[in-house]
Design a protein around this ligand. Structure first.
Ligand SMILES: Cc1cc2nc3c(=O)[nH]c(=O)nc-3n(C[C@H](O)[C@H](O)[C@H](O)COP(=O)(O)O)c2cc1C
Length: 420
């Protein structure tokens, strides 16, 4: 059996490819744990992101999930036996070693980890791993008592010393097992996916500093109520993560109303109001190379918020609003070398409005979001952006995940970054 030629799976409506995973080869080894079914999701997500995935299964793994499932999801035959289907003279066991950019084992059994630590290679999965000289990521899954076993722990330490990356296991009930609490459950596929993306990323922005604003601001009118907006912060979080994957040091100034957890490995500054966001940007602006303003900053704030909670019985309050500071305009006036990206969300004459903003604010790039387009979701996971650059280039991106769009955005601003 040979490692077959590249193919692309249909990624549905949204084009989900992002450049760190696009066109990369992932060898995914599945070993004999109930968590093997979770790796089906991992294969699907990797293929959707543009990877080629070669699944390798141990004999025990095939007791849990049929190779056919993985073959269908990856679009290529699953490799199982060391000696099966080998054409004479063909070193089939070494093909995935040459071919793969990363080796991921998920789930990894205690047995597999032990064999790797001991230098054993008695099946295809361990033979590949012993010869693999590019990044290896292991996601163990096992009964908490097994995980605590000193021999298992020692094997994990040995592999870590040799540069093998581990993800999990985490605390939680084991799928279909005795619901035993403790650490042993395989890390969730989306987290393994993120880690693979990190391992495959090309850190060409190392040494660069990026400030990203994200999410909504909230303008209080009494101690418990505020005027807010619908921004989820997903776009800003995606920009921050992609800048980090490019190797930059990232400060993420994030409105507290943003959805979900912020990305990892960024300097997080949580803010509430437009005034706080402005102060945080000003604090970090001097030392940055790029400012990306994705946050939905309130245009108005309440002039005199009440110090005590407004009472219903006192009738509807009349709120007097005043303009907040235009942070992007401040950044344009005070820039020295920094590149600037602004976001525009226009419901009418959107292209003209975005062009006007580009010129008026003198920024390097405007990302235009047209919320009237049916598939451009405010708060969703995908977006259709139009990028307008200082050099009058208009780049219409297709419908992309916010991560893929963020990656394209950062690629497009690269020519405007200060030269080292
Ligand atoms: C129902 C069942 C579930 C199992 N789950 C795990 C597991 O989660 N982790 C583990 O290390 N071993 C587990 N085992 C034991 C492994 O399947 C066994 O050690 C096997 O030899 C591993 O082979 P492999 O490492 O070549 O895949 C399980 C066994 C059974 C019968």
């Amino acid at each position: 059996m040979t490692v077959s030629t590249p193919d692309r799976r249909d990624s549905g409506n949204a084009e989900t490819r992002s450049s760190s995973l696009d066109d990369r080869n992932v060898v995914l080894t599945v070993t004999g744990s109930i968590a093997a079914y979770k790796s089906c999701h991992l294969v699907r997500d990797l293929v959707r992101a543009g990877c080629r995935v070669q699944v390798v299964m141990t004999e025990s793994a095939a007791e849990f999930v049929g190779p056919l499932t993985f073959a269908a999801l990856s679009g290529r035959p699953v490799l199982t036996g060391l000696f099966s289907d080998v054409p004479p003279g063909s070193p089939v066991h070494l093909q995935p070693v040459e071919w793969g950019d990363v080796l991921v084992t998920a789930p990894a059994t205690a047995n597999y980890i032990g064999k790797l630590a001991g230098g054993l290679a008695d099946d295809l999965a361990t033979t590949i791993a012993q010869a693999f000289d590019k990044p290896i990521l292991i996601a163990p899954a096992m009964n908490p008592r097994m995980w605590k076993n000193r021999a298992v722990q020692r094997n994990v330490d040995l592999l870590k010393e040799r540069g093998v990356n581990f993800m999990g296991p985490v605390e939680g009930a084991m799928a279909g097992m005795d619901e035993q609490a403790g650490v042993g459950r395989m890390a969730e596929p989306h987290l393994i996916f993120d880690r693979i993306e990190e391992l495959l990323s090309d850190p060409t922005w190392r040494g660069k500093r990026v400030v990203v604003t994200s999410g909504p601001t909230r303008e209080p009118f009494d101690p418990v109520r505020f005027i807010g907006n619908r921004s989820s912060g997903r776009m800003g979080d995606a920009v921050a993560r992609q800048a980090r994957l490019k190797g930059a040091d990232v400060i993420l100034v994030r409105g507290r109303g943003a959805a979900g957890a912020p990305p990892e490995f960024v300097g997080l500054v949580e803010v509430e109001t437009a005034r706080e966001m402005s102060a945080a940007v000003k604090e970090h602006f001097d030392r940055c190379d790029l400012l990306v303003m994705t946050a939905a900053v309130a245009d108005w704030t309440v002039k005199k918020p009440s110090r005590s909670k407004l009472k219903k019985r006192d009738g509807a309050p009349v709120l007097t609003l005043e303009r907040t500071e235009d942070i992007l305009a401040w950044a344009c006036r005070n820039r020295k070398k920094q590149a600037l990206i602004g976001f525009a969300l226009e419901t009418e004459k959107h292209l003209e409005e975005a062009k006007r903003k580009l010129v008026d604010k003198d920024v390097d790039l405007i990302a235009l979001n047209d919320p009237t387009k049916a598939d451009s979701s405010f708060g969703g996971d995908s977006t259709r952006l139009t990028l307008l650059t200082r050099d009058e280039k208009v780049i219409e991106l297709p419908l992309l995940t916010k991560h893929a769009a963020a990656r394209r955005l950062l690629d497009a601003v690269e020519p405007y970054l200060p030269k080292p």
